[in-house]
Design a protein around this ligand. Structure first.
Ligand code: NAD
Length: 360
């Protein structure tokens, strides 16, 4: 059986980190006989430069045909002046929505070796293991109508629409309840039900769904409190579920609890479990092309891809174990540098994971 994987390096540090992740996937392929076949496609700024648009037809058809996608990151100052409809980020939003990738899984795990990289005290974050489940194809980022209009008095007004239908809430709720069931059985639903009707409905549906998951303890929290609790006592959380915009913000905050955004993978799944996997960070134009990027978030995204979409759990475990080995060896990229450890570049880090994997 062949697993057809599509890689989309994207922009900035994207090509550097994807290179290392592909090396790790090839090593896994050799070690576990996975039958991986890897193709590549353009997305974002790279696609704009080559074709004029951020999501070329060829990319979309390859993305629809493959079994799973591994993405680097898109965007950068070169394309910031373009109008919104053809910006690199539109390619990313477009592919998520075309493929129906509504369920975003963002783990925030603090590796014990990196406890001192967090800006929080070690006793508050050590052992942290949270999963944020974010709805990805609805909410205010996609709601219509939207735009910037000129009012009768000549003043300009920007507007967006925050909307969720019951079926959208139920399908993300299912992902979250099932994830909680497979972990420690605790689910915190985050909303702003004291102000926004759309999240009053969200809360009502989560409560209704909880009846089907008696083994999961459901709680609710307003988003402002959730932001505060994440930095005050983050270990109180197991799985958190929330809408697109709140999830965008909270998952970045959770990412920082772990010390570096360069360590964090993510998965975006459709209803069948097919998915796109990418690091939580962006294209980091400030360090692009300098060999400074941490490839571990992308390598760990490849592990999630093997586990969630390709059903190759043993290979995923082996990648995660190899990452832990290189951290034990004291190898660090600049973003997670620490006293007494060796600072290495992107390629050396990737190759160390390959060798730990092959020797593991
Ligand atoms: P960013 O995540 O790219 O960078 C934030 C900071 O983290 C920078 O200092 C960067 O150097 C550092 N960083 C990020 N990834 C790193 C890694 N792997 N190793 C070491 N350091 C790392 O966020 P930003 O600066 O706000 O955005 C830059 C561009 O990326 C923008 O064009 C933005 O639109 C785009 N972006 C893309 C995605 C995506 O493709 N999914 C997500 C977020 C931002």
């Amino acid at each position: 059986m062949t697993h057809n994987v599509l890689v989309m390096p994207g922009d900035g540090i994207g090509p550097e980190i994807i290179n290392e992740a592909v090396k790790v996937l090839q090593a896994c392929n050799d070690k576990f006989g996975l039958g991986l076949s890897v193709d590549s496609a353009l997305l974002g700024g790279a696609a704009i430069d080559a074709t004029g648009g951020p999501l070329p037809e060829e990319t979309l058809s390859k993305a629809k045909a493959c079994d799973a996608i591994l993405l680097g990151a898109v965007g950068g100052p070169k394309w910031d002046g373009l109008e919104m409809a053809i910006r690199p980020e539109k390619g990313l939003l477009g592919i998520r929505s075309e493929l129906g990738l509504f369920g975003n899984l963002r783990p925030a795990i603090l590796y014990p070796q990196l406890a001192d990289a967090s800006s929080l005290k070690p006793e508050i974050v050590s052992g942290l293991d949270i999963l944020i489940v974010r709805e990805l194809t609805g909410g205010i980022y996609f709601g219509q109508p939207r735009g910037i209009r000129t009012l009768e008095n000549g003043e300009r007004q920007g507007y967006n629409t925050y909307v969720y239908s019951e079926s959208e809430i139920r399908r993300i709720g299912k992902v979250a309840f099932e994830a909680a069931r497979a972990r420690n059985g605790k689910l915190c639903s985050v909303d702003k039900a004291n102000v926004l009707e759309v999240t009053v409905l969200w809360r009502e549906i989560m409560d209704d769904m909880a009846k089907d998951y008696p083994d999961v303890e459901l709680s609710h929290m307003y988003v402002d409190n959730a932001a505060m609790q994440l930095v005050r006592a983050p270990k109180q959380f197991d799985v958190m579920v929330t809408g697109n915009m709140f999830g965008d913000i909270l998952s970045d905050a959770a990412a920082m609890l772990t010390g570096s955004i360069g360590m964090l993978p993510s998965a975006s799944l459709d209803v069948t479990g097919k998915g796109m996997y990418e690091p939580c960070h962006g294209s980091a134009p400030d360090i692009a092309g300098q060999g400074k990027a941490n490839p571990l978030a992308t390598i760990l995204s490849a592990a999630m891809m093997l586990r969630y979409s390709l059903n190759e759990g043993a290979a995923a475990d082996a990648i995660e174990a190899a990452v832990s080995v290189v951290l034990d060896q004291g190898l660090r990229t600049a973003d997670i540098a620490s006293n007494g450890c060796q600072t290495v570049n992107t390629e050396t880090m990737g190759e160390a994971v390959v060798s730990a994997l092959l020797n593991g």
